[in-house]
Design a protein around this ligand. Structure first.
Ligand code: FES
Length: 106
């Protein structure tokens, strides 16, 4: 039996990979849930450079986007972890206009 958030869990675990690092998730965990449980709070940057991660947790805000098995822009909160899954984060800051601030809307 293992513990997560102080709650005993008995479901099987699996290994998946985040930016090449092996991580463990429980069967039924979302990618966001597994990252959050591992203490990871941010996994991409907004155009402004601000860190983003889990916000709504229900698939509405799109703040939690990751690349999963080569498919970009997957919502981590809506994607169940699969054994051997390859997840890529995007924490590289992407300056939009050289100032690190968002460009005005088009
Ligand atoms: S946290 Fe809002 S869509 Fe995933």
């Amino acid at each position: 039996m293992t513990m997560r958030f102080g709650i005993p869990r008995q479901s099987p675990t699996m290994t998946f990979f985040v930016d090449g690092k092996a991580m463990t998730a429980f069967q039924g965990d979302t990618v966001a849930g597994a990252l959050f449980a591992a203490g990871i709070r941010a996994w991409r940057r907004a155009r402004s450079g601000e860190e983003r991660g889990l916000l709504c947790g229900i698939g509405i805000c799109f703040d939690c986007l990751v690349t999963v098995d080569g498919q970009s822009d997957q919502r981590a909160c809506q994607t169940l972890v699969e054994p051997g899954m390859l997840v890529e984060t995007n924490l590289i800051s992407i300056p939009v206009n050289g100032t690190g601030k968002d460009s005005p809307p088009c």
